[in-house]
Design a binder for this molecule. Structure first.
Ligand SMILES: Cc1cc2nc3c(=O)[nH]c(=O)nc-3n(C[C@H](O)[C@H](O)[C@H](O)COP(=O)(O)OP(=O)(O)OC[C@H]3O[C@@H](n4cnc5c(N)ncnc54)[C@H](O)[C@@H]3O)c2cc1C
Length: 398
């Protein structure tokens, strides 16, 4: 199996990168990875992040082998691996806890060259920040627009500050402020369900390495150990968009919605302080056919937001940052690099966005007959079909 080289090894000495200075808008997973890759190419990249500080907010992530592979190219995989937990087995279950389908994830290291891991989102962010010099990230910089100016781009920030760069990477998430400059008419689409997430410091509630997602009627509950100390959980429910709950109402809603589900669902809800439970409606937008305009390019959720059903949103943001940097290293002009970036990334991200949307539709089924049929199909699904999907997602080599 070919080992993924890091970006420095891919760029030959004396190679000219068509960009000297880049402004990366957004210090999320995609923005930090893009900045790491750009700096490895010798580009003076600065991350401009709206938040005043990075906080370890309460949520976990699964990084599939494809993402770990991309992190390896960026030179940060070992540090990230050290902060997470390797997933060994992943089960889809019924609300009563009966297995419908089980995947041997432990074999990913051998099959795909890297393990699949789970970790705290804040720990991933910390590892990525550690790979950047302190002056590469500027906090409290809320972008409110980009304007082309001669052979560069001006970035405007709230409060009147400005920044000039040869290239702007819009990595500012699903509600991107940069995106309208490239794609003026993208409407977010509500998936029909909302999600709650929490992290609990009770590792004894779950066996290490075992993750599960249990499917009920119009609701799911996922359990993911993220290190030797903490378990991440997520819950979903079909609801209209825009509902708001106080922390106490959130917890009470979850208690009622998941009453009678298998152990340790209720124990995880009870063990999470109400004010630490996150709540987000789930949105994506349909795959787009253009991610750049002049010297401005979109990356991560700003370009290809997806529903979380395949656990691939952050993974794709990491992959996209590698492909963008590689295109800049190997193409002699910026337009050529951006064309290549888009043509390499669009088919894959469109496929995942579409598959994830369909998976969410099935997993959130509510009518009893439909749920019974879904569960039966999951139980009877041939392992070969599941493996082919996994080969295409986790087995992807950036
Ligand atoms: C419930 C749920 C579970 C998920 N689980 C997984 C999973 O298991 N695995 C996985 O791979 N993905 C998962 N995802 C998806 C993943 O979280 C996203 O795809 C990923 O965070 C996208 O990274 P990003 O850097 O593009 O955007 P973000 O992480 O949203 O980062 C954007 C950054 O830009 C900043 N910003 C925004 N606006 C501005 C502005 N105007 N100026 C400056 N900065 C700005 C924000 O503060 C933020 O720091 C999940 C998502 C949800 C909702």
């Amino acid at each position: 199996m070919r080992c993924a080289p890091n970006l420095r090894e891919e760029t030959g000495p004396g190679m000219t990168i068509p960009v000297k200075r880049a402004a990366v808008i957004g210090g999320g997973i995609g923005g930090l990875c893009a900045a790491i890759g750009l700096r490895r190419l010798g580009v003076d990249a600065t991350v401009c992040e709206r938040a005043d500080r990075f906080e370890r907010l309460g949520a976990g992530l699964t990084l599939w082998a494809n993402a770990v592979r991309a992190l390896r190219v960026l030179g940060v995989a070992d540090d990230v691996l050290a902060r997470g937990a390797v997933v060994r087995r992943s089960a889809i279950r019924t609300a009563s806890g009966r297995d419908l389908a089980v995947t041997d994830v432990a074999e990913h290291r051998q099959r795909y060259g890297e393990p699949t891991i789970a970790l705290h989102r804040g720990d991933l962010q910390e590892a990525l920040l550690a790979a950047l010099p302190a002056d590469a990230v500027r906090l409290g910089m809320s972008c409110d627009g980009v304007v082309p100016e001669g052979d560069g781009v001006s970035v405007h920030f709230a409060g009147g500050a400005g920044e000039r760069a040869d290239m702007v990477v819009g990595a500012d998430g699903i509600r991107s402020v940069v995106r309208p400059y490239v794609l003026p008419a993208v409407a977010l689409r509500y998936a029909g369900y909302t999600a709650w997430r929490g992290v609990v410091a009770s590792p004894d509630l779950v066996t290490a390495g075992l993750t599960s997602e249990s499917w009920g009627r119009g609701s799911r509950f996922g359990i993911v150990p993220i290190n030797s100390r903490e378990i991440y959980w997520f819950a979903t429910a079909n609801t209209p968009a825009g509902g708001s709950q106080s922390p106490t109402e959130r917890k009470e809603f979850l208690r009622q919605r998941f009453a009678g589900w298998h152990d340790p669902v209720m124990r995880l809800i009870e063990a999470t302080p109400a004010e630490q439970i996150l709540h987000n409606d789930i949105y994506d937008f349909p795959p787009q056919s253009c991610w750049s305009q002049g010297r401005v390019v979109l990356l991560g959720d700003a370009a290809h937001a997806t529903t979380p059903n395949m656990g691939q949103g952050a993974c794709m943001a990491i992959e996209s940052s590698v492909v963008l940097c590689r295109a800049l290293a190997e193409e002699s002009t910026l337009p050529g690099a951006l064309r290549r970036y888009q043509s390499e990334r669009m088919p894959r991200t469109a496929w995942i966005t579409t598959q994830s949307w369909k998976l969410g539709y099935a997993a959130q089924a509510e009518r009893p007959l439909l749920c019974a049929l879904r569960d039966l199909l999951m139980r009877l699904a041939p392992a070969g079909a599941l493996n082919r999907t996994l080969d295409k997602t986790a087995g992807y080599r950036v």
